[in-house]
Design a protein around this ligand. Structure first.
Ligand code: HPA
Length: 271
């Protein structure tokens, strides 16, 4: 049933004569400007795509963007689905399975995250080196999941070392600070309490957010090498907790975004 749904989605898109994408990109909250650098060939609204999750109000403009970036065919998910919006883990990762079906060989992910490591500052970038899944769910825990690959996907290297090494070199060459760290995914949508931030420090995580991990787990099941960068949008100091304003998070993400765009473009160039 799910397999059939997905095949219908993929067929609809391939029937539109899209250029087979090599690279899939997921853009996080407040991180849409990469699209300006793409020579766009087609844009398809999520709402037009059969079986694609129905977008919430926040994502009325959610779409798949096809085109060329750094000389490669890419597909971008502009607008992602979060568990906190009430989507199931299957729905949250439907776009990843779709892009895989279209032929992507590499997945680049971005997100906005809070800094747990207090030596990392608002506006800095962090390369995700590993994660801790605190969302209480897995996108591989459903009845027909075996049809899509190994459900006991190993997590030895959820984030490709090879891609991460490229990213570190690129950041250095461009004088961009790129921290490395562990990303904790939480369900949200409420932000964390002081006690929760303290717990995340004790767990030795470096950043916290509400996305990415389900997408990475599915990429792992499907064997797609992936990497992810967090834009740190606020500092989560339990000893000096400040009110967090989502508008502020989006503004900080937007300001840091050119650094992310540079890094992703150069990485695609090197693939
Ligand atoms: N928690 C705290 N701060 C954040 C988050 C989060 O999930 N995402 C972006 N900033």
């Amino acid at each position: 049933m799910k397999q059939q749904q997905l095949q219908e989605t993929i067929k609809y898109l391939t029937d539109k004569n899209i250029d087979t994408p090599e690279v899939g990109i997921v853009l996080g909250t407040g991180l849409g400007k990469l699209v300006d650098d793409i020579e766009i060939t087609q844009e398809i609204q999520y709402s037009e795509i059969p079986n694609f999750p129905e977008a919430t109000v926040e994502f009325h403009s959610g779409k798949l963007i096809f085109g060329k970036l750094s000389g490669k065919n890419v597909v971008v998910m502009s607008g992602r689905f979060h568990l906190y919006e009430g989507y199931t883990p299957w729905e949250v990762t439907y776009g990843i399975r779709t892009m895989h079906g279209l032929g992507i060989k590499t997945l680049l992910i971005s997100n906005a995250a809070g800094a747990i490591n207090l030596s990392y500052k608002k506006g800095d970038l962090m390369l995700i080196e590993d994660h801790i899944n605190l969302q209480g769910s897995s996108p591989l825990a459903f009845k027909q999941a075996k049809e899509f690959g190994n459900i006991f996907a190993d997590m030895l290297e959820p984030y490709s070392k090879k891609l991460n090494n490229h990213l570190k070199v690129i950041a250095k060459q461009n004088d961009i600070t790129l921290h490395e760290g562990i990303y904790a995914s939480v369900l949200g949508p409420q932000l964390e309490t002081r006690a929760e931030y303290r717990m995340l420090q004790i767990l030795e995580t470096d950043a916290v957010g509400m996305s990415t991990v389900p997408e990475v787990i599915v990429a792992k099941q499907l064997g797609i090498p992936c990497c992810a960068i967090s834009v740190l949008t606020d500092e989560c100091d339990p000893k000096n907790l400040q009110p967090v304003d989502i508008a502020d998070i989006i503004a900080v993400a937007g300001k840091a975004e050119p650094k992310l765009v540079t890094i992703f473009k150069e990485l695609i160039n090197k693939l």
